[in-house]
Ligand binder design. Structure first.
Ligand code: ATP
Length: 279
């Protein structure tokens, strides 16, 4: 569903360990590689988390998959097509760190908006055998616990509720790929736990292909089929961990030796990535 091969993305300037400025290696002097030589394969219908030290390139990778970054080298394919093309057909939903709702629209209108604009994308999708994008907005809002807030405006909502609207907006588009960039980082721990449970229940219902960026080992393990550990800069994949816990997990009493073993492995990998032990 998502294939990344040999991805390199550089930015102007020199930054920390990724700096390549001054090297005579065919690259422009004074640029640094945020990501270099990164390979990733995300199977259809799977939930994959990206975890790694701050600045290792997780968001850059996510943006490249969303079609918001042009690779310097390498290739990204989403549903077999360049991400920009898949995004234009609304096959990619993105939930950013901050919800970015339109303040003058109600909850319901914010969620309906993507389906209202670019109707030609809907037609192309349906001709290609994809699902219709309209019709289940209220249902999705109910699933994330906002059935009573349809007519409220963003300023009347808590931060956690706003983030749930952003999640519903992306899911209601029925994208084939859902990209979430630390969507719960700005809320308190109790709200975060509730949002995590709602995302899990929602995803176990829709089974869209997901890439989820997080700093939380527990969150990654509870939600994911696969956890990809990154190090950097330059950002690269240093381990791919199969979580292997049974599903459905929503409502299940998670914990136990198997889960702790995966968490311990990830914590060790992360500590090594932070210490720069991955090369
Ligand atoms: N638009 C940009 N211009 C210049 N440098 C950038 C840009 N975007 C990201 N970077 C740099 O690229 C590197 C990777 O950034 P990125 O945001 O992808 O890391 P991250 O792993 O998501 O970090 P965090 O966990 O702190 O959010 C960092 O050094 C960052 O400063």
């Amino acid at each position: 569903m998502i294939t990344v091969r040999g991805l390199r993305r550089s930015y102007p300037g020199a930054a920390g360990r990724g700096a390549v400025g001054g090297r005579v290696d065919g690259r422009v002097d004074g640029r640094f590689d945020a990501i270099a030589g990164l390979d990733l394969h995300v199977p259809e219908g799977s939930f994959t988390s990206l975890i790694g030290p701050s600045g290792c390139g997780k968001s850059t990778l996510l943006r490249a998959v969303a079609g918001l970054e042009d690779p310097d080298d390498g290739e990204v394919l989403v549903c077999g097509r360049p991400p920009g093309v898949a995004a234009a057909d609304k096959e990619i939903g993105l939930v950013p760190q901050t919800p970015a709702l339109l303040p003058w629209l109600t909850v319901r209108s914010n969620v309906e908006l993507p389906a209202r604009v670019n109707r030609s994308a809907d037609r192309r999708r349906q001709r290609a055998g994809g699902v219709a994008q309209r019709g289940d907005v209220v249902e999705v809002l109910r699933e994330v616990g906002l059935g009573d807030a349809l007519d409220r405006y963003p300023h009347e909502l808590s931060g956690g509720m706003q983030q749930r609207v952003a999640l519903a907006r992306a899911v209601a588009m029925r994208p084939r790929v859902l990209l979430l960039d630390e969507p719960f980082s700005a809320v308190d721990e109790i709200t975060r736990e509730a949002l995590r449970r709602q995302l899990l229940a929602l995803w176990e219902h829709v089974r869209t292909t997901v890439i989820f960026v997080t700093h939380s080992v527990r969150e990654a393990v509870v939600l994911s089929d696969t956890v990809v550990v990154m190090a950097g800069p330059p950002g690269r994949v240093v381990d791919v961990v199969d979580v292997g816990l049974p599903r459905p997990r929503a409502g299940a009493d998670l914990g136990g030796a198997a889960m702790h073993a995966v968490e311990d492995r990830l914590r060790r990998e992360l500590a090594a990535a932070w210490a720069g032990e991955h090369g």
